[in-house]
Design a protein around this ligand. Sequence first.
Ligand code: URA
Length: 303
Amino acid sequence: MPSDPTSPSPGLEAAAALLDWYAAMGVDVTLADRPFDRFDDSAKAKAAAESQAARRQSPQPDDRRPMPAVEFPSQGAPARPVVATGQTAQVPTEATVMQARAAAQSAKTLDELKDLLQAFDGCNLKLTAKNTVFADGNPASKLMLIGEAPGRDEDIEGRPFVGRSGQLLDRMLNAIGYSRSHNAYIANVIYWRPPGNRDPSDVEIAICRPFILRQIELIDPALIVFLGAQPAKALLGGEAVKQGINKLRGHWCDLEIGNKRFKALPTFHPAYLLRTPIKKREAWRDFLTAKVFLENGGMPPPA
Ligand code: URA
């Protein structure tokens, strides 16, 4: 039977199906012309680390220093896959976190912090992201909102919360008389989109943490609203790490940075509210609590 000239060829159909499958798996950005074998790269990094460990006569003092909470990959020879940007990936180490801390603490202004962050190559998420998503809103705001990590839309635009969840966030802010163009400032704990929107690892959080802590110090907000459990856990540590957002939300927390104590209020992430609209009632209560707090001159409202 002659083939229908108006229908796509089987090759095209297969290619379209493959692209659909990639998109569903979170592979939605092209990084290079040729595929890169990361399994091979990790095997080489592991072999290099093992041979270096075998050569070592005795542990160095630094190797014995405990790093609570975060497990770093092998500190052997760094993996160096060349990617499309010409940058190279590094196996993060404790030293990477120290570099992040030194860079962040040296920033005297927000502009300096942004420049230092953009020049910082210690977080491998930067290799697969299109943009560094620093912040949006008015830096003079008393209200600072902190989310988790940029998604696809944020990576493309280079601004936090511009996708569907960001639009909901804008509506919630407007409902209490706040907006990013006027009196709210928005940032994330993680500055680069994790590939396929996966959860950031503990190491990635540890590397970004000094920058967001310094950003909070420089903004000096009267109130921080954590959007979801992840930013609350990443920044508060301690007991918060063990609790889910249903326990954390609506409860006042203190975030200590240096000698300063910042008032913080965790609430639901807007993406969760899009999936679970029944929770909007509690989030609305949290936003009203935030408004009363901010407009009472910073005094917590009566219980
Ligand atoms: N979710 C976040 O946590 N942050 C963003 O910027 C966008 C979505």
